[in-house]
Design a protein around this ligand. Structure first.
Ligand SMILES: [Zn+2]
Ligand SMILES: [Zn+2]
Length: 295
């Protein structure tokens, strides 16, 4: 797997063999578009999620014993309903309102709007297309909160796998709609420095690493963020103002076709600002994928 930190140039040719641009060597189920992996407590270790299976077997006995001890002290519970046993249970997975890429608004990821989306009609976009996996309804708010601020880092793997499954099913079900950008590398919207300090990690970086491994694309750690504010408290106008000019491109992305990922799309301003910075730095095309769309 290509490691972004080892090289400043995103390789156009160094990628997984594809069929019509669609990765073919994915290690996840693509049948129903709903992940079926074992998301029990022992399946996910944040220390190995970055490689999502490729190096998962390098985990040592010490780590396994530590996990077993932690499991005894604090059993894994479903992030949606607190039922013990799994990070997210089958019932809570059933509750997720997945968005159909065939009918979604390709400008903002809203679940409806393939013809006209009332939210973003006429607004210019730096994104070739933009999709969200599901509506921002429970259990996803709990899932995202639990991951970002609740200390459950193992959820990075769950989120990465959900996004990988939806990304691949979007290509399968609505590939012709996505022809405007066939991504060759993955970029993530970075956290603010303040958020990084508060949480101690960049939440989308771990997701991006997992997603990259699942879909067989390299990860390009190409964006840095200068902003201070946490956008969750800002209104639409505030978000748009905040989003302007806060993203800095720190890798050579000239000519690259990129998939930009984030956790939640609210107005699309963040995704657009980050994509705009990449396009301004010479990226050929940028497409967007978020876990959830506030709707
Ligand atoms: Zn549950
Ligand atoms: Zn829209």
């Amino acid at each position: 797997m290509y490691a972004a930190s080892s090289c400043n140039r995103i390789p156009a040719a160094e990628q997984t063999p594809t069929v019509a641009g669609i990765p073919t060597d994915v290690g996840i189920p693509t049948g129903a578009g709903i992940p079926t992996a074992n998301w029990t407590s022992t399946a996910c270790d944040p220390s190995v999620s970055a490689t999502a299976g490729a190096h998962g077997d390098t985990r040592g006995l010490g780590a396994r014993l530590r996990n077993a001890a932690l499991e005894l002290l604090s059993p894994t519970r479903c992030i949606g309903c607190e039922k013990p046993g799994e990070l997210i249970c089958a019932e809570c997975l059933e509750r997720i309102e997945w968005i159909d890429a065939a009918t979604a608004c390709l400008a903002c990821g809203a679940p409806f709007g393939s013809v006209t989306c009332t939210e973003c009609r006429g607004a210019p976009s730096a994104l070739a297309w933009c999709l969200a996996c599901a509506s921002y309804e429970e259990p996803l708010p709990s899932l995202i909160r639990g991951y970002k601020d609740g200390g459950e880092r193992r959820l990075a793997e769950v989120i990465a796998e959900m996004m990988a499954a939806r990304y691949l099913s979007a290509w399968r079900d609505a590939g012709t709609r996505l022809a405007g950008c066939v991504p060759e590398a993955i970029v993530f919207v970075p956290a603010t420095r303040a958020a990084f300090r508060r949480r101690g990690f960049d939440h989308m970086e771990a997701v991006a690493r997992g997603l990259a491994a699942y879909v067989g694309l390299p990860l390009a750690d190409a964006l840095a963020k200068r902003g201070r504010a946490d956008q969750r408290e800002a209104g639409r106008a505030g978000r748009l103002a905040q989003a302007q000019g806060v993203y800095q491109v720190v890798r050579d992305v000239r000519g690259a076709r990129l998939l930009l990922i984030d956790d939640v799309i609210t107005t699309g301003a963040t995704m657009n600002a980050a994509a705009g910075a990449l396009v301004a730095a010479g990226a050929a095309q940028v497409a967007g994928l978020a876990l959830a769309r506030v709707w």
